[in-house]
Ligand binder design. Structure first.
Ligand SMILES: [Zn+2]
Ligand SMILES: [Zn+2]
Length: 105
């Protein structure tokens, strides 16, 4: 299986990891990203909720609890492996003007 999220190495700033998910700085976007430990697009609602909680904790630290951000649950480049980004509002607004970059997590 050739999935970049399954083979992800701890090369960027690492926020947290548990048996359900890990949170790290996305190499491509430079924003906190939560990734499910298990490969697959469908996760049970409880797992999804847990992932979002972990991502919010990391994003609150990363953005200092003051910079506005929003959770981006759309999976563009790697639709087969559940992962969410926390993006600052400026980046989210920018994205509507640009097409997604190839290889973006
Ligand atoms: Zn995967
Ligand atoms: Zn990314």
């Amino acid at each position: 299986m050739n999935c970049p999220l399954c083979t992800a190495e701890h090369v960027t700033r690492w926020f947290s990891e548990d048996e359900i998910c890990w949170v790290a700085l996305c190499k491509t976007c430079s924003v906190p990203m939560v990734v499910a430990q298990k490969h697959g697009a469908d996760v049970p609602p409880a797992v999804r909720e847990h992932m979002i909680t972990c991502l919010r904790e990391a994003a609150d630290v990363y953005f200092g609890g003051v910079r506005p951000y929003e959770l981006d649950t759309e999976m563009r480049a790697i639709p087969g492996h559940t992962h969410f980004h926390a993006r600052p509002h400026s980046v989210v607004a920018q994205r509507h003007l640009m097409s997604p970059l190839p290889g973006t997590f």
